[in-house]
Ligand binder design. Sequence first.
Ligand code: DGJ
Length: 728
Amino acid sequence: MAVYTDNHGFFSIVTKNTEYQIQADKYGVLKHIWYGSKVNADMSYLLNYPDVGFSGNPYDAGNDRRYSLNTLPLEYSCDGIGDYRIPAVSVIHSNGSKALDLRYKDYKITKGKYSINGLPAVYADENDAETLEITLCDTATKTEVILRYGVIEKYDIITRCAVIRNCGEKSLKIKRASSLCIDIPQGEWEWIHFHGRHTLERIPERQPIFHGIQESSSTRGTSSHQQNPSVILCSPDCTETNGECIGAFFVYSGSFQIQTELDQLGQIRLTMGLNPELFEWNLNSGEEFETPEAVMTYSNKGFSKLSYNFHKIIRENICRGKYKLAERPVLINNWEATYFDFDDEKILKIAEQASKLGVDMLVLDDGWFGKRDDDNSGLGDWFVNNNKIHGGLKSLTEKIKNMGMKFGIWFEPEMISEDSELYRKHPDWAIQIPDRKPMRGRFQLVLDMSREDVQNYLFDVMSKILKSADISYVKWDMNRSISDWYSSELDSEHQGELPHRYMLGLYALLERLTGEFPDILFEGCSGGGGRFDAGMLYYCPQIWCSDDTDAFERTKIQYGTSYIYPVSAVGSHVSTVPNHQTGRITPIETRAVTAMAGSFGYELDLNTLSDDEKTAVTEQIKRFKKYGSLIHNGNYYRLTNPLKDKSAVWSYVSESMDEILVHGIIYRTEPNMNRKTVKLAGLDESAEYMNTENGKFYKGSALMNGGILLPESWGDYYPIEIHLIKAN
Ligand code: DGJ
């Protein structure tokens, strides 16, 4: 049992190591009491009620000037009733007023985990999860908000979403509907968000929280390269292994907003949800709206434990389908090898060499369909270009299968080129505003995914291709930010719903296609990692992490990504040198250890390699197959900080702590250099470990406190691989 109540409005959600407390007080106001270590005690004694000027008092509190919604830690803050901090929810009633005074009504505790209509969410069976639902009501308008909490006890995970229900007689408009709102009344906290740009995603930035509001968000219609829908609040002394931190990620792939506010009393509020800049929803009498889900965890053992909890929940309870825990095929992708300049002959040559070296699957990237010799045309025309693929897909696939490999293919379903048959037939399917020229991105427009006819077209045309040949993998790309929001299907009152309706349409299509083709491995992509989020991971267990394949840059990107997302979610390939994004030259072994921190593959023409390099490729694939289960199923530890240190080192430790693989890169070699040590993490302190390369023994406590010596390096970007097994 994870949820407890005293039946008088006090609720405690208890997980393996954490506790979360909420209390409805005598006025029915739902207060946030505690989120932290498991305490087994009512923590409401910590609340204090200061009399703060210009912080008004609810009418029913009479002349009690110490009772103010503007100073209390609240569980789901409302707009328009005297709490001047960030509101979690905001509506406009039919008379134009905004006030929403939510008070406690009732609760329900059930076994299992709630699901959300049409949206991705954590799933778990009755033995692994419990759900708490607390209903709040604004009696004046009969607007209800149901706060849902899903509890996955073993992974210290609490999920949240809110349902807004119009039980009144008149319609209302929702302007803001957060999934998560949490008030932290005490302590000093810093925040970490993950920012970046195309080819440099999810770089962690840690800052003190200053008075006022800080924000990490996207208004691009995608979760974006620029800010990831995830956040960590941490104590100033928090490290990988010590200190307190609270993390949250959003299970949503569209525009989002995360805000944190340090108020006049030094209290912190954190909200996460749909971005109100691009959201509104009309709610008629009797209707309800469900927000997407936010997933939270707390650790008092630093970031490693937070990441552990998130990696577990994403891998086991968000990713789905045949491949969620399965070994992933080592693939070769032709994009950086050929870009648009290929035909079947060229592809077969790449495939032939790849199969000789041990690659499992060839992925045919952009350019196989319609009129598509560059990125200016053809999107939407999902039929084979026979001038490039002579004999069609079936024949190409058969030839590749005869080489002992599987075949995968690229789509960018949500896009439409103006120069395409689809656009000439259905210009109204593109998102654009009448009498206005739309913004183009990569010279393309975006399909209105809220339309059922668009979803049906894509389902039919993609299904036809996927059934036309033996296809084992789909790369689902999305290469622009969305603007010019307008749907010819919606009236003016409902245009503001389009960004969220787009996401519902996209998810509906993904659900249909992944359901129809359960044996196909879907990989997400958006110009690399522009839509790297838990929403997409519900449909695609891996996502192309970045269009930057440079090993050095990738260590930074993958470092940031690893705070929230598991290694198995990261698509990562060895590419050619000089690297196409940076011009940097790194050894092939360095590129391999970096790409192994993910779903491993190659993205170059292997025919261009020397014989030694080809041998190295075969050996790398063998190593990935040997260590793949440890890499994907093991516990991941960040051992250095590549943004500050002179090396990037990370490790995978099996759950039983009897096998460890240390990988990394020493960035620079200097003459007469002292070998550096790196402390390992997550080992059995009392065990003896043996280095399988040289047979040397080390005590677990020694490796964790003194560390291991990194190898003597030669040249820049020197690769590290150390494999240890428990000897006793
Ligand atoms: C962007 C992706 O991230 C690349 O890997 C490649 O698929 C191109 N799109 C193709 O246009």
